[in-house]
Ligand binder design. Structure first.
Ligand code: FE2
Length: 309
């Protein structure tokens, strides 16, 4: 019997029991939760720090819900071995450091360190990537996007088919392990923590990207909309070496366009808010310059007055 130990927050109480009761067979994994409240050892040793760190989130559907495209065995292995391993390792790495009180996104951006990764980057990014990946799929997924998402896809790629072709190519050609992404690119300038890979491209548009290992588009300040895990562990049990088949099945049968649409809406709202803030800042700076000029004119005029007295 496998044992899943959760190092988690109050989220533990909300962990979906269906995760391990999804199939017709008996659950293979026993769920043990460990909340972030004081443990028994904490009660005995009050100086010991209470860890309330990054949580292990389960997929938002039963582990057999993506069959026959992703098997229960593959999903349980992927989640309970790989995802859980990253959560466990990350929490060990950040315990007692400046990172252990940060939100996961901040840990990623801090530890990315302009491409010179700090030790916790890979595990932090992989935790985020997997959380995002599970939400990118749904039982009965696939089909065609609609609404504003489809409009922007057609605006920025010419057609849905063209976008899917680029995304499949990115996922298939990512050398070794990594991720393929559809992202909303709201910046055309270099960002603080990394060099924007497409600085000359028009901003506020959809783009396809691929990243090696654990890297994700958050480090470029892009807004990820869709992720495809192309690490071999994501597909080998079901597709062996046939990554192309796995990617095609993902896009035809599993992708949740509803999740992508929802993320796009949030990304555009975020970009619009930033644009308003930047415009306000620019206007305030202009007002300060005008104010300084007027003050200088008054000062100069006062000099002239004093000379004529
Ligand atoms: Fe993975």
């Amino acid at each position: 019997m496998q044992v899943a130990v959760y190092s988690s927050s109050s989220y533990c109480s909300a962990l979906t029991p269906h995760l391990f009761m999804a199939s017709n067979s008996k659950p293979k994994t026993k769920l043990i939760t460990r909340g972030c409240g004081p443990s028994s050892s904490y009660k005995k040793k009050k100086k010991k720090k209470v860890l309330c760190q990054i949580e292990l989130k389960p997929p938002p559907y039963p582990t057999n819900a993506l069959e026959p495209y992703i098997s229960r065995e593959s999903l349980e292995y992927h989640w309970s071995r790989h995802h859980r391993g990253h959560v466990h390792s990350l929490n060990k790495q950040i315990a007692g450091t400046d990172l252990d009180d940060m939100p996961l996104e901040d840990i990623i951006l801090t530890s990315y360190n302009k491409g010179h990764f700090l030790p916790s980057f890979n595990h932090a990014a992989q935790v985020w990537n997997h959380d995002f990946f599970w939400q990118s799929m749904k039982p009965g997924g696939g089909g065609r996007p609609s609404g504003q998402l489809l409009q922007l896809i057609e605006r920025d790629f010419g057609s849905l088919e063209r976008m899917l072709m680029e995304l499949k190519a990115a996922a298939s050609t990512q050398f070794g392990s990594g991720w393929a992404w559809l992202v909303y690119k709201a910046n055309k300038l270099d960002v603080g923590n990394a060099v924007n890979p497409l600085p000359s491209e028009k901003d506020n548009k959809l783009v396809v990207a691929k990243t090696p290992n654990a890297v994700n588009p958050l480090v470029w300040d892009y807004s990820p909309l869709l992720a495809i895990d192309v690490w071999e562990h994501a597909y080998y049990l079901d597709y062996e070496h046939r990554r192309v088949d796995y990617v095609s099945t993902f896009l035809e049968k599993l992708v949740s366009w509803e999740a992508v649409s929802s993320r796009l809406e949030m990304a555009m709202q975020r970009a619009a808010k930033r644009a308003r803030e930047e415009e306000k800042k620019r206007m305030e700076e202009d007002d300060m310059i005008i104010g300084d000029k007027k003050a200088m004119e008054v000062y100069l005029n006062s000099d002239e007055d004093s000379e004529t007295e």
